[in-house]
Design a protein around this ligand. Sequence first.
Ligand SMILES: Nc1ncnc2c1ncn2[C@@H]1O[C@H](COP(=O)(O)OP(=O)(O)O)[C@@H](O)[C@H]1O
Ligand SMILES: [Mg+2]
Length: 196
Amino acid sequence: MSDDLFAEDDDANTPLEAEEREALIPSYITLRRELNEAEQVNIASAMKWLSSQRGDILDEKFLRRLHKEMFGQVWKWAGDYRTTARNIGVEAYRIGTEVVQAIDDARYWVENETYSPDEIAIRFSHRLVAIHPFPNGNGRFSRLVGDLLAQKLGEAPFTWGRANLVDPNETRKAYVAALKAADNHDFDALIAFARS
Ligand SMILES: Nc1ncnc2c1ncn2[C@@H]1O[C@H](COP(=O)(O)OP(=O)(O)O)[C@@H](O)[C@H]1O
Ligand SMILES: [Mg+2]
């Protein structure tokens, strides 16, 4: 595996556009592992911020703020929707509308108990990562959103395979397979994975 900062080390790792590489805030970062580490530190501070928050997770402004809190020390565009195309995700100009629609649907599922709490949280989390609203961090963002929605609905946060899902490994393979099943509207594997 290459240690290049923006190498595409598996098909589920979204490559960055050249213009986005310029948006890196810490100038010392030259290696992917340094980037991963800086992002991890940033996410830890977001978790701290979250513990003092009472905001509703089913709210567009809160979701964007959460992404900014998770990645705003590392990336200039944290919290801003992407403006360029990806191999995963909707066309950039549709992101805002799609996120609002996803929120409306999730609110309806909660009010009407359309699915179990776990299934509501996983459907919403998957919907977000399928939209792919941000230039990067969508996987980690969507999993945290799933955890927060599960908690709002009275469940424990998910365990997501109890492994590092950022680097390529067997657990990540199972995770991506479950995401692909969910792309085809079969959520059972992703729910089971998230509780494994
Ligand atoms: N087929 C797919 N359907 C939906 N989501 C996917 C699919 N393949 C990969 N993903 C998600 O996209 C994420 C990669 O997007 P990215 O924005 O780089 O997030 P992160 O940087 O947090 O990994 C993966 O971690 C995974 O959550
Ligand atoms: Mg990424």
